[in-house]
Design a protein around this ligand. Sequence first.
Ligand code: NAD
Length: 255
Amino acid sequence: MAGILDGKKIVVMGVANKKSIAWGCAQSLLDQGAEVILTYQNERMKRSLDKLLADVDVKMFECDVADDANVEKTFNEIHDAVGNIDGVIHAIAFADKETLEGGVKNVKKDGFNLAQDISAYSFISVSRYASAIMNEGGSIATLTYIGAVRAIPNYNMMGVAKASLEAEMRYLAAELGAEKNIRVNAISAGAIKTLAVTGIKHHGDLLKMSEGFTVNGKSVTPMDVGKSASFLMSDLASGVTGDVIYVDNGVHLIV
Ligand code: NAD
C-alpha cells in the first residue's frame, strides 16, 4: 500500500526507548513509507536503540545537541550517507532535577541556561544544519507541551523553555519558509509516561490530571503523536506552517 511518505527521508531525534514519543513518530513514519534516520544522545541510548531496531533497517547517528559542532557534524554525516533529507522531528528536552523541582522563583542561572540550551536552543541549531541539507518543500517539527502557555503545576522551568521553543518555531517558520519553502511546526502532546516525564515532581499527579481533562478519559499514546508527525512531514500538510497542533485528546479545551 502506498504511504503518504513514500520516497521521503526523515530524521528523528530523541528516541531513548520504546516509550519515547520519538519512537511513536519513527514507527508511524516507517508505516507511511518513509526512510527513517535516527539520532541518539550517547552510547547508552544506542544500546537501547540496538535492541528496539533488531528487525528494522534504520541508519543511526550519535548527536548530543549540547554542542553545535556535534549537530553540524551529524547532519554532514547524514548527508554523506543518504543525501538530501525531507524532514526532521526534534523530540529532545532536558532540565536538571533541582531546576525542575524548585519552582520557577528558585531557578538558578545555570539551571535556566541548561534547560533553555537543550530544550529550546537546540531546535535552532538543528533547524540551521538540517535545513542546509533539506530539499525545497521540506518539513521540520518539534515537540512542545501546554505548559508553554499555561502554568501547569510542577512543570515549572520546562514550561519556560517550551515557551521559547514555540516562539522559535514561529520565527524559523517565517525564515525557512521564505528561504526554501520549508515548513516548521510544533506538536503539543498530551502528557505521556516517558523517561523525560519522570523528571517532573509528582509526575503521577500530572499524568492523572491530564488524563482527567481528556474528552474521552484516555491519554494519548506516542503513536497518536507519531501519526500527526507523519501528517506534518507529508505533502498533505502543505500550507501548514508556524502552527502548534494539539495532540492531547482535548486537554487544551479545558486547561
Ligand atoms: P524521552 O525521555 O523518551 O525523550 C527525551 C529525549 O531527549 C531522549 O531521547 C534524550 O536522549 C534526549 N536528549 C536529552 N538531552 C539530550 C542531548 N543533550 N542531546 C541529544 N538528545 C538529548 O521523553 P519524551 O517524553 O518522549 O520527550 C520527547 C519530547 O516530547 C520532549 O521535547 C518533551 O518535552 C516532549 N513532550 C513530552 C510530553 C510527555 O508527556 N511525555 C508531552 C509533551 C511534550
